[in-house]
Ligand binder design. Structure first.
Ligand code: DHK
Length: 147
């Protein structure tokens, strides 16, 4: 089976350093390692990536059309602004799960709207970095059902 793309948006490269009271102490490399271990248990492959650039994320999603069976995405700030990422996700046919480490609904009102949610099959927010693992479990269920 094709891998699951786990895509991360801007500033998530600073996970563990940036506002740890909101985003926690784990680094993105820690999260990637936990995702890889769970994916192994679930019999899935993952391709874990991060970019600070909207166009780079759009191109990763285009690549996923042929190269991924599902997408788990934390678009970070682009969640709230990017029609381009939404449109790219609309061009991807497999399951899409949107993840936010923090509970965006408990925060500033500009974080309450998500363009990506117009395409996502599921949304996980406020579960810390465990949200990525929950998303992978959900993807495993959806793929087992045939997408
Ligand atoms: C991460 C960010 O960088 C913010 O811009 C989003 C999201 C929330 C998160 O909780 O993972 O608003």
């Amino acid at each position: 089976m094709k891998p699951i793309f786990v895509l991360n948006g801007p500033n998530l490269n600073l996970l563990g350093l940036r506002q740890p009271e909101i985003y926690g102490a784990e680094t993105l490399a820690d999260v990637a390692a936990r995702c890889a271990a769970l994916a192994d248990d679930l019999g899935l492959g993952i391709d874990f990536r991060q970019s600070n650039h909207e166009g780079a994320l759009v191109e990763m999603i285009h690549e996923a059309r042929d190269a991924a069976s599902a997408i788990v995405i934390n678009p970070a700030a682009y969640t709230h602004t990017s029609v381009a990422i939404l449109d790219a996700l609309h061009a991807f046919e497999g399951p899409v799960i949107e993840v936010h480490i923090s509970n965006v609904h408990k925060r500033e009102s500009f974080r309450h709207h998500s363009y990506v949610s117009l395409r996502a099959d599921g949304v996980i927010a406020g579960c810390g970095t465990d949200g990525y693992l929950l998303a992978l479990r959900r993807v495993a269920t959806l793929l087992a059902k045939g997408g």
